[in-house]
Structure formats: C-alpha cells, structure tokens
Design a protein around this ligand. Structure first.
Ligand code: NAP
Ligand code: ZN
Ligand code: ZN
Length: 371
C-alpha cells in the first residue's frame, strides 16, 4: 500500500480539506506517478457540490494531472523519470465497440469508462447487471501527491510544454480539440466559442491554430481585449448567457461550428441561427437538460445541435503534440493547494484567467498534520 495525501470534500456543502488515504501498489501494466501539477476544471466544482447528482464522498477531484513516473515495469510504455499526464479517464472496458474503435470516452461497458475521480461511472447497464468491472468503489483524483494508473491511459508530455501549462490540455484542451477535429474545422472556417473560461480559451487557441477565424461570445466586457490577444477576430458581448438574437451583430447563417462551454443550462437558439447549412452547434459545457431548441431553425438548414464528451486517449496525445507543435499553452495561475477553496469560488464568479493550476509540492505543508 502507498500512503497518500490529497484534498477532498466530505459532503456537498463542505470545503476541501487534507485527507490521508491509501493507494494500491502498481500492478503489472500500471505506473506510479508523483503528481506535480493539477488543473482546476469547472467539472471539479460541479462534482464536489454534487451538481450532477452522482457524487460519491469523500470526493477528491483532479483530472488535469502532470507528474513524474516513479515506478514502471521494464519494457513498458513509460520509464521512471518521464514527464507524463493523466486526464479524465484511467481505464475503460477495452472490449466494447467504441473502445475497440479508440473512442474509450464513449465506452459502453458495464461501468462505462473509469473516471480519474468519482469513478466508476454509474451507467444504466450497471444498474441492469449490478456488475462492477473495475472492482473499485470510488476513485481519488489528482488533488493528491501520488497516482497509480494503467500505462495505456498515461500520456507523454512533450518537452516543449512546461508541466503547469500542459496540465489543462489534459481536459480543457482535449474537450475542445476533439469536437473541432470531429466536425472537420479547416483553414478559413468561422468558429464561434461561447464562454471564455478554461475550455473557451483553449478552444480559441486551438481553432486559430487550425486556421479558423474565431468569434468569442462572452458575458464579461472586461474579456474583450483578452479574447483578441488569444486570437479571436471578433468578440460579441451579451449580459446573459442566453444571448438575445437582436444583441448579436454576427451575420446569421455564416458559422461553420459553434462550441458552447457555458457551465449551466442556457438557451442556444440565437447561436443556432448563426450556423450555415449542415453545420453544428456543439455543447460541451452544460451536462443537463437544456432550454428547448426551435427545430424549425434546425430543420430548414439541416443544422445540428450536438454534444461531445472530453476526448479519447489517442486524441489526448494528439492535442498535447498539436499544442507543442503550434506553441500553444494554457494561460494559468499557479496556486498552492491550501487556496483551493477560494480558487473554486473565483472560478464560479468567472474571475480566473484562464485556469488555476495547483502546485502539488505545496501539499508538503499538510504532511505533518496528516501523519
Ligand atoms: P470556466 O473556466 O468556469 O468557464 C466557463 C465560462 O462560461 C466562464 O468563464 C464564463 O465566460 C461563462 N459563464 C457563463 N455563465 C457562467 C456561470 N454561471 N458560471 C461560470 N461561468 C459562466 O469553466 P470550464 O472549466 O471551462 O468548464 C466549462 C463547462 O464545461 C463546465 O460545465 C464543465 O463541467 C464542462 N466540461 C465538460 C466537459 C465535457 O467533456 N463535455 C469537459 C470538461 C468540462 P464569459 O465570462 O466569457 O461569459
Ligand atoms: Zn475537466
Ligand atoms: Zn468499452
């Protein structure tokens, strides 16, 4: 057993506090990682507060993890000393059709994919079979000093990226890269990004590097200059997340893809009207019932309203390499773990620019208290 330390919440209304726990020693095919940095994704906040209704407590978040391999079998994919990353998934059934086709993030096995924290996922199939293929009741994520992960789910961090700026690519980067790639964004396309936070700022940088002309839709007037500095050609500002068609100056029927990263239920009808024929609005933010879409606006132009969930392991390595090649990093504010509760409040108020990343070395301060 490995004696580990992390920050966890005990209830939906509690602050994250230091928690000592044990991790299993690495089994064949697994690597042990010393966590160096971990990004703070808005999903961590949803999960800690049980906003998706599936949180298992204690809840130790963290799925934008960069660390150093401290134990690995000889001849494996990763060596001791390698700088590696771990994103939202640490395993999947590896047998279902999506897994065989390299779409582990859409795993249809009895427990779906194994989440880095708050896993295994409870799927409708599990409810039917009662089976838990992972043999684990809960997983603890990257707000901790050590992880043990199957080597296929461990990514290589390119040398060109600094560890703290690479961390948000493991979720915010791949969650935006995957739909941009899937929907075939190409040079000259017009791409809209709704919500300029952790995901949104990576979407702007990646879409720009793919050659797209990017428009940012933001509710924060003070983000206009920042959006332009990130590479947005146009910035549209509304007061509410539900944009009113009359407030938007963008021309209807001119966008090739719009990504919504807004973390709450909102009305997307004003954005649907901006899409060209056959093009899609992809919702990657809110994971909840949304306001109704007027299907007249969808059907008349064969548009789609779609969703997308993180990205596969293959896409995660691809986006890391893409970012290294194009000189893209995340704009981060590094914090000690002792500031995590205040940082989460600031994220909810939209005050972060654009991702908090925890320096896990600061966990050492809590070691003595925990031992
Ligand atoms: P974030 O950093 O908080 O950014 C969200 C942005 O949305 C804010 O900066 C703000 O942009 C806008 N916004 C509008 N209403 C808001 C509200 N009530 N609270 C906060 N922001 C609001 O969040 P994130 O880490 O990018 O995550 C965005 C969403 O994506 C979250 O819901 C997260 O759970 C989800 N997510 C989904 C996936 C997936 O696989 N589909 C993966 C990762 C995250 P403006 O100031 O520009 O308006
Ligand atoms: Zn995330
Ligand atoms: Zn599967």
């Amino acid at each position: 057993m490995i004696q580990a330390l992390g920050y966890a919440a005990k209830h939906s209304f509690s602050r994250l506090k230091p928690m000592a726990f044990e991790r299993d020693d690495p089994k064949p095919g697994e690597v042990q990682i010393e966590v160096l940095f971990c990004g703070v994704c808005h999903s961590d906040i949803h999960q800690v507060k049980n906003e998706w209704g599936n949180t298992v407590y204690p809840c130790m978040p963290g799925h934008e993890i960069v660390g150093r391999v401290t134990k690995a079998a000889d001849g494996g994919r990763h060596r001791v000393g390698d700088l590696v990353g771990v994103g939202c998934m640490i395993d999947s059934c590896r047998e279902c059709e999506p897994c065989r086709e390299g779409d582990e993030n859409y795993c249809e096995g009895p427990n779906s994919w194994l989440a880095t924290y708050n896993g295994p996922m409870i799927s409708s199939k599990k409810a039917a079979t009662g089976e838990n293929i992972y043999g684990r009741d809960n997983t603890f994520g990257g707000y901790s000093n050590v992880l043990v992960v199957r080597e296929e789910f461990v990514l290589s961090i390119p040398e060109a990226l600094t560890p703290e700026q690479a961390a948000p690519i493991l979720c915010a980067g791949v969650t935006t890269y995957s739909p941009l790639k899937h929907w075939g964004v190409k040079p000259g396309d017009k791409v809209g990004v709704v919500g300029l936070g952790g995901l949104g700022h990576m979407a702007v940088k990646i879409a720009r590097a793919m050659g797209a002309e990017v428009t940012v839709f933001t509710t924060s007037s003070d983000k206009k200059a920042e959006a332009e500095a990130l590479g947005a050609r146009h910035v549209e500002m509304g007061k509410e997340v539900t944009a009113k068609a009359e407030e938007l100056t963008a021309t209807p029927g001119t966008f090739d893809l719009i990504l919504s990263t807004v973390p709450e239920k909102h009305d997307v009808n004003a954005y649907v009207a901006l899409l060209k024929r056959d093009k899609a609005l992809v919702i990657v933010g809110a994971l909840e019932p949304m306001a109704p879409v007027n299907n007249q606006a969808v059907a008349f132009h064969r548009r789609s309203v779609s969703g997308s969930l993180i990205g596969s392991i293959g896409e995660t390595q691809e986006v890391l390499d893409f970012c290294a090649e194009h000189g893209i990093t995340s704009d981060v504010q590094v914090i000690p773990i002792q500031e995590i509760n205040q940082a989460m409040k600031r994220v909810e108020k939209g005050e972060v620019r654009f991702r908090y990343v925890i320096d896990m070395a600061t966990l050492a301060e809590d070691m003595e208290d925990a031992s």
